[in-house]
Design a protein around this ligand. Structure first.
Ligand SMILES: *[C@@H]1O[C@H](CO)[C@@H](O)[C@H](O)[C@H]1NC(C)=O
Ligand SMILES: *[C@@H]1O[C@H](CO)[C@@H](O)[C@H](O)[C@H]1NC(C)=O
Ligand SMILES: *[C@@H]1O[C@H](CO)[C@@H](O)[C@H](O)[C@H]1NC(C)=O
Ligand SMILES: *[C@@H]1O[C@H](CO)[C@@H](O)[C@H](O)[C@H]1NC(C)=O
Ligand SMILES: *[C@@H]1O[C@H](CO)[C@@H](O)[C@H](O)[C@H]1NC(C)=O
Length: 442
């Protein structure tokens, strides 16, 4: 009875205010009593309930000496705040001529909920199923409204089988349950894998509401959690192998009809690119690992029939395959400490007795190259011998004409000064002109 009277009073005040703006129907249940919500940038009118017609009223604002600029008292003592901003918010009170309190109101300024598409491309609602029994939807608020906001989340099931499909009738509306511990998400329990759902997420604040719809099917949104319990172990005596095993994610119910398949990715820690293998088993043997190198392994899961998406990758697990068997054997036979053998290991491969290890073809090649080398040595010795012999012959000839040599020497002395700077230079290096000519003469 009381609340009805209050509602009636509010309607009357709105009518009395006779202003197109800011007479918003405020839904019940938004915080405390005596609070009024105003839209930013609009004219806001605060009614003075209890003011007698014709008698003047006085408005005050708690904690402020003056009312916001431009504010004016209108009919029935209502206070008009033109184009109110965030600064207009506060506690107001209206008083009679004698100063008696007639009415008090708290003003909260904000924005109404934005309609869908107001911010293009923003993914307001998205849904995901981590198993085939339940799915969850999450949403983001469209815009900062400065006002309390709540969400009404419902779904309507559109069955794709049986009676309902034939009649093209929509199923009943059900609630998508919100968990206070996880703001911005709701969950539909016991969903049907072969049905499609129309989700309705309605955002409500004191200035209005707006709903968003999303059509989903379980097959499209299913995305398992990553597999668990990943174990990677070297295989004894197999330097290129790693044994990998894992378990179903705990969130995936074990049912023969709904299986998962898996994919494995692995690489040596020092490499960048992954190798990927797919399997339906819960274990796999990597056969092309690098002996002695540490490897990183991850696994992810997907619905066996390829519905939905691959899960995220599991956490990384590292393991190192055993080293080459030859190396291992030599280590076993030696009684040295493993540290010493480790230090020796790198020098074992390329160094020792390269010729002895080589095959017959290589031996022939070495023999041939040795013979060629010997032949060249012999040829060189022969050429040098011939040259020396020529020199000696020429020398004996020159001794027979000593004055010729003397003539050349005197001509050299007669040359211009600059040539004296190059006394020891061989003839072929003096060019051009007189010196070169002289050289040719010599
Ligand atoms: C799905 O929801 C039902 C009902 O709340 C619950 O019993 C079941 O454990 C949920 N399934 C999974 C895999 O979480
Ligand atoms: C979505 O839900 C809101 C609140 O329950 C309701 O007012 C609105 O009509 C619904 N929209 C559709 C299309 O079902
Ligand atoms: C893995 O699956 C294959 C068939 O794809 C099967 O032949 C093999 O036995 C399975 N291995 C294990 C370890 O389960
Ligand atoms: C799921 O896969 C589809 C394409 O198959 C992709 O468009 C979508 O973004 C994926 N969703 C997630 C959450 O990875
Ligand atoms: C050279 O190789 C042969 C076998 O090819 C081996 O018997 C011999 O001991 C090797 N010699 C040396 C010095 O290692």
């Amino acid at each position: 009875m009381r609340s009805r009277a209050r509602g009636l009073g509010r309607v009357m005040v709105c009518l009395a205010a006779a202003l197109a703006s800011a007479c918003l129907a405020v839904p019940e249940g938004w915080g405390e009593e005596g609070v009024q919500y105003g839209q930013l940038g609009t004219d806001v009118t605060l009614p003075c309930a209890g003011a007698r017609p014709g008698s003047p009223v006085q408005w005050r604002r708690a904690g402020a000496a003056a009312l916001p600029a431009g504010s004016a008292v209108r009919h029935h003592g209502a206070l008009l705040l033109p184009r109110a901003g965030l600064a207009a918010a506060g506690a107001y009170s209206c008083h009679g001529e004698d100063g008696a309190l007639l009415h008090a109101v708290g003003l909260v300024m904000g924005e109404p909920v934005q309609p869908p598409g107001y911010l293009p491309g923003v993914p307001f609602v998205s849904c995901r199923a981590s198993d085939y029994e339940n799915f969850s939807c999450s949403w983001t608020s469209s815009l900062e409204t400065f006002l309390p906001t709540r969400y009404i989340t419902t779904y309507r099931k559109k069955s794709l089988t049986g009676e309902e499909k034939r009649r093209n009738r929509n199923g009943p509306v059900g609630p998508c349950l919100q968990d206070p511990a996880h703001a911005g998400t709701c969950t539909v329990h016991k969903s049907e894998f072969w049905s499609s759902y129309r989700m309705n997420v309605t955002e409500v604040n004191p200035l209005g509401s707006s709903f968003r719809l999303l059509d989903i099917t379980m097959q499209a949104i299913i995305k398992p959690d990553p597999p668990e319990g990943l174990v990677v172990e070297p295989v004894p005596r197999a330097p290129r192998r790693l044994q990998v095993s894992w378990r179903y994610p705990a969130s995936w119910p074990k049912e023969p009809h709904f299986q998962l398949k898996f994919r494995l990715q692995y690489r040596p820690v020092i490499h960048r690119s992954w190798s990927v293998v797919e399997t339906v088993n819960l274990s796999e043997v990597i056969t092309d690992a690098f002996a002695g190198l540490e490897h990183v392994v991850q696994v992810s899961a997907k619905d066996f029939l390829d519905a939905g998406n691959w899960s995220e990758w599991s956490a990384e697990v590292r393991a190192t395959p055993v080293r080459d068997p030859a190396t291992v054997v030599s280590e076993e036979t030696t009684t040295d400490t493993s540290l010493e053998s480790l230090a020796e290991e790198p020098s074992q491969a390329p160094n020792p007795e390269p010729i002895n290890r080589s095959d017959p073809l290589e031996k022939t090649a070495i023999l041939v190259s040795l013979s060629i080398f010997a032949f060249f040595i012999l040829a060189t010795i022969l050429v040098i011998t011939i040259l020396v012999w020529f020199r000696m012959r020429k020398h004996s000839k020159d001794e027979t004409k000593p004055h010729n040599f003397l003539v050349a020497a005197t001509r050299l002395k007669a040359l211009p000064k600059q040539t004296e700077m190059l006394p020891n230079l061989p003839c072929w290096k003096i060019s051009p002109s007189p010196m070169a000519d002289m050289c040719r003469d010599l």
